[in-house]
Design a protein around this ligand. Structure first.
Ligand SMILES: Nc1nc2c(ncn2[C@@H]2O[C@H](COP(=O)(O)OP(=O)(O)OP(=O)(O)O)[C@@H](O)[C@H]2O)c(=O)[nH]1
Length: 359
């Protein structure tokens, strides 16, 4: 087949955002939009703790890792449980990639919904592994979902933008700021603040608590003024769209931004990736290995703390290498068989151990 006749690879939309920003509602909206265009996407739910998703996912972390069991076995709270569940899932991510590759000829979009607690995905080894694995196999874009009504205070806006900035520089992927909930609050103020830092500084000055009792700008005020100049450069590197995941407003603009991001990925990200690959074929593997070591270290904190468990883990380690069982399923193709990732690796042993909490 001639190169130009070949189907384009699907583009991966990695949906990230603060808790409650509307990620799941947004994923549901863009999925149903694509469905209505006869282009159903391939959807991955990476939030192990979500009770129910409005959208149908092809791969659902909840089919692979039992989040409640993770909390129980590892004696963790909700956030530790989510992180550990994501770590466990990531150890099987090669299977996820295989499933996505199999569908690459028939889908145009792959959508990832990430855990509600943003830092669990953005600042964990597993989040980095998943992002890198996806982005080195397919064109990828980050959709950073923002709760527009709750970002109207200049300080909140600035914090949100700094967070977005950190993700942009960490992933280096094309980046779309998705100002969600525009049915409640239009995002015009945000666009103005991004295009004109003086408008932001004026808004900041008129906001209460920006001056101290002597009438001088507070430290925070001065800091934010300076940061707005720094962020000016950052704003040039991204696209911003306003959407309502409830009404569907702005979804077309979002997909225009996604299409533009594919070009950006091919123009900027891909050559850089290929250069890096050519220069350090081996070192790429080293990075993956190193990330895997960090991941394993995360999972094995208990082991270091508890010598009794140490022995059982040592035994279990042999099983791990040989134990190449398939845990990831495409829920849209097969029925869930009930085989979660084995959490304790102590097959046949009923575990009454009190698992130590990671440091
Ligand atoms: N008015 C309005 N409400 C929205 C919109 N998008 C989401 N919501 C509401 O915002 C709340 C949070 O939405 P979710 O989709 O659960 O947000 P999330 O980011 O996935 O939440 P976590 O996974 O808990 O972090 C829900 O009550 C949604 O109905 C929107 O565009 N407009």
């Amino acid at each position: 087949m001639a190169a130009e006749e070949q189907k384009k690879k699907p583009i991966v939309i990695i949906t990230i955002g603060m808790a409650g920003a509307g990620k799941s509602t947004f994923v549901n909206r863009i999925s149903s939009h694509l469905g209505s265009q006869n282009k159903p996407p391939y959807v991955l739910n990476l939030d192990p703790a979500v009770a129910a998703t409005a959208f149908e996912s092809n791969i659902d972390i909840r089919d692979t890792v039992n989040y409640h069991e993770v909390m129980k076995q590892y004696n963790l709270g909700p956030n530790g449980g989510i992180l550990t569940a994501l770590n466990l899932f990531t150890t099987k991510f090669d299977q996820v990639l295989d499933l996505v590759e199999k569908r690459a000829d028939t889908v145009d979009y792959v959508i990832l919904d990430t855990p509600g607690q943003i830092e669990i995905f953005t600042w964990s080894a597993s989040g980095a592994i998943i992002t890198d694995a996806m982005a080195s196999s397919f064109p990828a874009v980050v959709a950073y979902v923002i709760d527009t009504p709750r970002t109207m205070a200049p300080a909140t806006f600035m914090s949100n933008m700094l967070y977005a900035c950190s993700i942009l520089y960490k992933t280096k992927l094309p980046f779309i700021l998705v100002f969600n909930k525009t049915d409640v609050q239009p995002h015009g103020f945000a666009v103005e603040w991004m295009q004109d830092f003086e408008a932001f500084q004026t808004a900041l000055a008129s906001h209460r608590d920006t001056n101290d009792e002597d009438g001088e700008p507070t430290y925070m005020n001065s800091l934010m003024n300076s940061m707005s100049l720094v962020l000016d450069e950052f704003y040039k590197n991204l696209k911003a769209v306003g959407v309502s995941s409830v009404t569907g407003d702005g979804i077309m603009e979002f997909f225009e931004a996604v299409d533009a991001s594919r070009e950006e990925y091919e123009r900027d990200y891909l050559p850089e990736l290929e250069r890096a690959r050519a220069a350090r074929d081996k070192s790429l593997q080293d990075i993956k290995d190193e990330s895997m070591v960090r991941l394993t270290r995360d999972l094995a904190v208990d082991k270091q703390l508890n010598p009794v468990l140490n022995e059982t883990w040592e035994k279990g380690d042999d099983d791990v290498d040989e134990d190449e069982e398939d845990n990831i399923i495409d829920g849209s193709e097969s029925h869930w068989t009930g085989e979660y990732i084995d959490l304790t690796r102590q097959k046949g042993h009923r575990d009454d151990t009190s698992w130590p909490r990671p440091a």
